[in-house]
Design a protein around this ligand. Sequence first.
Ligand SMILES: [Zn+2]
Length: 218
Amino acid sequence: MSEIKDVLNIFEAEDTVEFWNNGDIVPTQSLCRFLEERIVFNEELDNQYQKYCEDNALNCGYRSALAFAKSLGGVGLYGDGEPVAINTYNHENSLSQDIQYVYWEDEDGSHILLEVHQGGSPMGNYGVPVAFDVDEYIFMDNQGQIYCENCEERWFFDGCHFISDSGDRLNDYEITEEEPEYPWKVGSSKPISNLLWVDDGHNDHCPYCGTVLKFGGY
Ligand SMILES: [Zn+2]
């Protein structure tokens, strides 16, 4: 389990969510957990990439990763176009560390050469690219769910709003900094009040039962 974390030098991070009294909801996904659900180390491909860099006197980095993917006849997502280079710094995401990778598909499936940003300027300071097999969920880096461990209600993040299966939007609640009267009726189809309690620790409390809400993947 710790293999991906060590190989890529990923910092310790938990899945967390912060709530602000202006209604902002800021989720953070543990990069380690995110990747463990999506990628598998491909040693053979990794060796092949390193040999490619040596043979061509290239630095191991995103440019050589892109050239390598093309040299294998790799194509883009769903077989379209060319291999793609992604840096999560360039779009909204909720990962605990930014990542940069080249994604391609070939006869053997879908792969990435992945580097993890080690802090400081996003222009540099990435590790050495490492090869993994992957699925398209690698691109879904701004999703997840807020959930209540007590009453099992959950709100799914679409990159903008948190919405439950029944259409309840967490973002639409009126924020209160005072603790409302809990417990409200667990199991009712709708919360009894539209109040959402955000406490001093930027925790939000379940509108059904008052339990502190948590955030996790998918
Ligand atoms: Zn609850």
